[in-house]
Design a binder for this molecule. Sequence first.
Ligand code: MN
Length: 232
Amino acid sequence: MSELIFPPLQCGHLEVKGESRFFPVNRIFCVGRNYAAHAAEMGVEVDREAPFYFTKSPLAYQPSGSVVPYPPGTRNYHYEMELVVLMGANTFKCSAEKALDSVYGFACGLDMTRRDLQLRAREKGRPWDLGKDFERSAVFAPATRAKDFGAIAGQRIQLAVNGATRQDARLSDLIWRVDELIAHLSRFYRLQPGDAIMTGTPAGVGPLMPGDSIVGMIDGLEPVKVEIASAA
Ligand code: MN
């Protein structure tokens, strides 16, 4: 084996409900504007032409229950509550009919966002990386296996800040369903076990301050929790 100059990065990993082993987190794909009411609050129209994506480095993953410092370079740090799909099989050019067979499970997740940097980039037609892909920006709760969760239907997806509800929608409000997203994404990537897909946020996104406490919930899944600390 080749000798390395320093140890390679280690993947983060997720607890799984009812399972002693952990789920390693590989690539993180994120879907933009997948709830009509959220697209409207962002001042953009939804089109049904095709979903679009951005990515977060696996280094962005942070387990639920953490205290997260207010990130550098922003004055408008937002929460976005999302359903996370966790892939359990190699998937390439699959049909929507077969797509759910490749899902290991689901989790509640937070797509933490430096909104000022994202919007500045958007206005100039630049990539969103500074706004979206930064340390601790993908907070995932413990996973639930797909067979334990059951079918994706009208489950409620909610988020509260300091106990006050800010986001409240249903998974049936997703513009692109999970099977459609996997089928579409697998035309462009060879999806692998460990890959995660953040499926987009409902309306009600907003800013956070140090001291805030966030809880995100989806019926049938473990809640995702995070506390915001002062800037490091
Ligand atoms: Mn998002």
